[in-house]
Design a protein around this ligand. Structure first.
Ligand code: SF4
Length: 400
């Protein structure tokens, strides 16, 4: 049966989580739905001794099928959905002169804001993270399309991130006691699970996604795993909304630096005009920027925050070298950019499965239904504070 013990920090033994996944896999009543994050496919190979940055997407899919997974979906698909929702939300906020808007896909950042900057919470995008959006759609739209009883579905995420375990149990992300995500495995735990089952990624035959509803992705969804990627993905879609045609220069090199804090002014044109953006990764740049926003001295429309230096490509659930993270993170990041270049579709709004989702189910981005399913709220948790800022940050971003 399902492990009912819930540890909000994910600090409890990782063994229990892999056991829960095996329980699901062996239970014939349960339909197991797996997803893995954008960054996982370029970091996971290292767990099996493959060179940093090797793209093992196909081998992960193959390994999941060998484990007995019923349905393999891609978090990248949900990243594309997040772009649709966040762009619509951002445009609405800009029209209402409400600025800045912060991204909301990194749960460590959400935790940090709730504890240290509760006054900034109204500026956070209400769009759920890709992990949570995928879980919600996999328990509503997917069973409707596939004729499955939603009560039989269990969604298992493979994430580069320990904070995703914490996100999974946020009370506002459950409806009538049903969680959107049932288990989160870190990349490290997933490697342990495969090894326990005798699956070696090095000799694993690659496979491909075959779900017709929730596994296609655009290049924009793929780059969510690196700092600046969410911003770049959103700009590609906002440009199309503003101008009715695609951004001619798809790759936005001005967003692609690696400094802890970067800013850019982007001429989106059309109905939107100029958008001032900032991207931060890591504690110090984030804190400095939050202080500036609080003081009213920051002049931005859209701010992307990723708690981990480098973004999810160096998240706390990966193999990680504290001293030498940069070369690894950069190789993984390069691989994400390579995936983006190789995709036939490079904008979230052109992902045919995303278009079908809106046509057949959600109606349009930020519709009432989309708002109900894919948006959330945040709570002031500053009263929980007894630790220093640095301790909390390490608690929520570091591996256990
Ligand atoms: Fe998780 Fe780090 Fe990515 Fe945030 S930046 S979602 S903490 S891996």
């Amino acid at each position: 049966g399902q492990c009912v013990m819930v540890c909000p920090t994910g600090a409890l033994g990782e063994r229990d989580e892999t056991d829960t996944v095996l329980d699901f896999l062996f239970d014939s009543e349960i339909v197991t739905v797996f997803q893995f994050a954008p960054a996982v496919r370029v970091g996971f190979g290292e767990e099996f001794g493959l060179p940093p940055g090797t793209n093992v997407e196909g081998r992960i899919i193959g390994a999941l099928r060998r484990l007995g997974a019923d349905i393999v979906l891609d978090t990248n698909f949900a990243a594309d959905v997040v772009v649709m929702e966040e762009s619509a939300e951002l445009l609405g906020r800009l029209a209402g002169k409400r600025r800045p808007t912060f991204t909301s896909c990194c749960p460590a950042w959400i935790n940090f804001a709730e504890r240290h900057y509760p006054d900034l919470l109204p500026m956070l995008s209400s769009t759920k993270s890709p992990q949570q959006c995928l879980g919600k759609i996999a328990k509503t739209y997917l069973p409707e399309r596939m004729g499955i009883d939603p009560a039989r579905i269990r969604v298992i995420s493979i994430m580069p991130c320990t904070a995703k375990k914490d996100e999974r149990v946020r009370p506002q992300l459950a409806e009538n006691g049903v969680s959107e995500i049932d288990v989160v495995l870190t990349t490290r735990e997933f490697a342990r699970l495969l090894k326990r089952q005798g699956i070696d990624l090095r000799s694993q035959e690659p496979s491909v996604f075959d779900n017709p509803y929730m596994s296609a992705y655009s290049g924009a969804g793929a780059i969510f795993g690196t700092t600046g990627g969410v911003m770049e993905a959103a700009v590609r879609t906002m440009y199309q909304i503003a101008n009715g045609r695609e951004l001619p220069q798809i790759e936005l090199s001005q967003l692609r630096g690696f400094d802890g804090a970067r800013t850019a002014t982007i001429e989106v044109g059309g109905t939107i005009g100029t958008v001032k953006v900032a991207m931060c990764h890591g504690l110090r740049p984030t804190r400095d920027l939050c202080e500036a926003v609080r003081a009213g001295t920051a002049d931005f429309d859209f701010i992307e925050i990723m708690a981990c230096p480098g973004g999810c490509v160096d998240g706390g659930g990966n193999l990680r070298s504290k001293k030498a993270y940069l070369p690894y993170a950069l190789k993984r990041r390069e691989s994400l950019f390579a995936i983006d270049r190789s995709t036939a579709v490079r904008q979230s709004h052109n992902n045919p499965q995303v278009q079908a989702l809106y046509r057949d189910f959600l109606e349009r981005p930020y519709s009432e239904k989309a708002h109900h399913l894919l948006h959330t709220y945040y709570t002031d948790r500053s009263v929980e504070m007894s630790l220093t800022v640095k301790q909390v940050w390490e608690d929520i971003t570091m591996s256990t």
